[in-house]
Design a protein around this ligand. Sequence first.
Ligand SMILES: [Zn+2]
Length: 338
Amino acid sequence: MIECIFTVDYEIYGNGNGSLRELVYEPAEKLMAIFRKWNARFVAFVEAAELEIIQSSRTDSSIDLVERQIREFHGEGFEIGLHLHPQWYNARYEAGQWLLDYGEYNLCRLSFDRIDQLIDRSIAYLRKVLGAPGYNPLSFRAGNWLLQPTGTAAKSLAAHGIKIDSSVFKGGRQYQHNLDYRKSRKNGYYWAFSDDVNVPDPRGILLEIPTFAKMVPIWELFTAKRIGLNQKSPAKTQPRHKQLARLRDFLRLQHPMKLDFCRLTATEMIRMFEQEIKKDRGNPALFRPIVAIGHTKDLIDFNAVDEFLSYLQKCQIRISTFGDIYRIIQLQNPNARE
Ligand SMILES: [Zn+2]
């Protein structure tokens, strides 16, 4: 059985550039309208750090619209997941520009106390925005997908009542940040883990439901649509050692292509899905949650999203949130594999 979970990272550009209205509020309004039309819901991974800091500094007046929209999501059954870019908490706004604290870029590299403090603060912000003191996020996605080294952050997330992480994309590798999800390729559609998100642990404290990705030769990633979106995001002038790290990432023969509903064309998404449907026919008893990813800042091609949703409905594939599937997963073997 296949269910598809749409997740959207709800944030501006990683360097702090861009307007909330253009990169967050307006694209999310259109996305909500499409999902309403298909009577479906997505998971909004709300980046709590940047929104709290922008709200307290009042650098972008659209923050009030954004907070209202988050309440609207919650009220209409869209799931609010926690997304966190900790470099925002010590950010300073100078001469019209955000200066982020890159010393705190990877949550997992901070001390347990600091991690705990930031997760506490981020959940408190979401509760305040939602006006719901009892709200607790069920799902989490780390900034820049960095859930490594896993152990300390996983403990704090679990202690805060979070049950599901969706930071992994199988086969992922970023030399610059020591991200390495290659080992997880042999795992199933989801698994429990504790100290290392790559390694299934039957007594794991969190559940990983990765963003769906398939390995492709590098040239398949250079489509016109993806190149166009890369040109839209702010140019990255990086020091030489970082450029070399990026080059090492590209030198691999096979790369993970995420099921990204903003960056892929409808045809590419459907092709990825067809392979899964074929596998499902061979073994329909296996539960296959498939997580699609998008970013509000990348949402331009709404027709592709609409076409993909129409395809899923035609194939009678349910569109779910993590909340919908959590109970199903608990009843299954958490490390079931093909
Ligand atoms: Zn993000």
